[in-house]
Each structure stands twice: as C-alpha cells, then as structure tokens.
Design a protein around this ligand. Structure first.
Ligand code: NI
Length: 198
C-alpha cells in the first residue's frame, strides 16, 4: 500500500497531456493500486494518474459513500463517446485542497475504456449523477484541463483560490462554454454541495 503525494495546482505537469497506456504492465497495476490507496486515504471521489505525478491516461473513481457501497472503477485510455445536457455544481479537486467552486458540466456522459485486465467496457453514467461529473473531471486531468477552467464565476473562483493560498484562475485556460451556460440558465439552479475531492 502506497499513498502517493498529490501534485498540487501550480505544478506544470498538471497541465500536460497524458500519454496512452500501451501495456498494462506490473508497473501500471501498481500505479492503479496506489491511486486507490491514495483516493481512499484522502476520502476523494476520483483520482487521475497525473495527480500523483504519472502522466498516463488512467484514472480511478469510487462514488461509494461508505465501505458497504464501495464501487471502484478503473479507466485506462478512456474515450468520451457521448455527452449531453448541462448541469452546474460545486466541485473540488485533490490538487486544490479545500477549494470548491461552481462549474459547468454535461449532464450525461457515455465513456469507453479498458479495465485493469485490459478488457474494454462501456459505461453510461446516469444524468446529473456524481459519477457523470466525476468522469468528466478525471478525464479532463488527462488532457491538462482543471475544474477551475469550467468555473461559472471567475471572481468567486479567484476568491476561494486566494483564500486557500493557491494561484488564481489562469485566464488562458478558461473554457468558452456559452452553450452549456445557456442550458444551465434554462433549468432551475442546482444547489448540490456534495462536492468532494476529485
Ligand atoms: Ni481533480
């Protein structure tokens, strides 16, 4: 069991595009075990390999809330097949300790990936579910995209980042999400504050 050190916001490698996994070697298996050890120790929902300093296209998610409902899912070389709808929610990230801000996400996502044995699977996450959001959040990490790039209110995000001693939002990375924003504004605002580190 190895709990890895989390790479914090401000470290350049978090902005890199991660590499495909060509072989699920022993090293990759150990990395995945370490991702889970780290995730559970830090009580997070998801963790991507770049967050422990390995720029490989791997992430793990467990949206189970206690040991009885544990549901670990390993994603290797994931591809997003479909995404629809829009939601907003308060989100955090283990690379941004204790900083949460309101972000835009798709409501529904369908993803394909390889599991730890190299078997392909397709997963559809329920609309608006924590799993749907977590998949988008972790997938982004593999492309150097961070949750604050999706923030709905840059000033709110800057305020919390500053309070937590982190760098402010980097305007160069802010995403243009006009369509998502319009869709969110059409629907009643959600006040989901179930955010945990991802
Ligand atoms: Ni994260």
């Amino acid at each position: 069991m190895t709990v890895k050190k989390i790479v914090k916001y401000g470290t350049p490698s978090l902005r890199e595009k991660s590499k495909e996994v060509h072989k699920i070697s022993k090293k990759v298996q150990i990395l995945v075990d370490d991702l889970y050890d780290t995730l559970y120790t830090l009580n997070g929902v998801g963790l991507a390999a770049p967050q422990v300093g390995e720029n490989l296209r791997i992430f793990v998610i467990d949206v189970g809330t206690d040991p009885k409902t544990m549901n670990p899912i390993t994603f290797i070389n994931p591809k997003i097949l479909k995404r629809e709808g829009a939601v907003n929610s308060y989100e955090g990230c283990l690379s941004f300790p204790n900083a949460y801000t309101n972000v835009r996400r798709y409501k529904y996502v369908k993803v394909k990936a390889l599991d730890i044995k190299g078997r392909p699977f397709i997963l559809e996450a329920d609309e608006g579910s924590l799993l749907a959001r977590a998949i988008q959040h972790e997938f982004d990490h593999l492309d150097g995209i961070l949750f604050i790039d999706h923030c709905r209110n840059r000033f709110e995000a800057d305020k919390i980042l500053t309070e937590k001693g982190l760098n402010p939002v980097d305007a160069d990375y802010l995403l243009d999400e006009k369509e998502l924003e319009e869709e969110i504004l059409k629907n009643p605002p959600e006040t989901d504050s179930s955010a945990k580190g991802e």
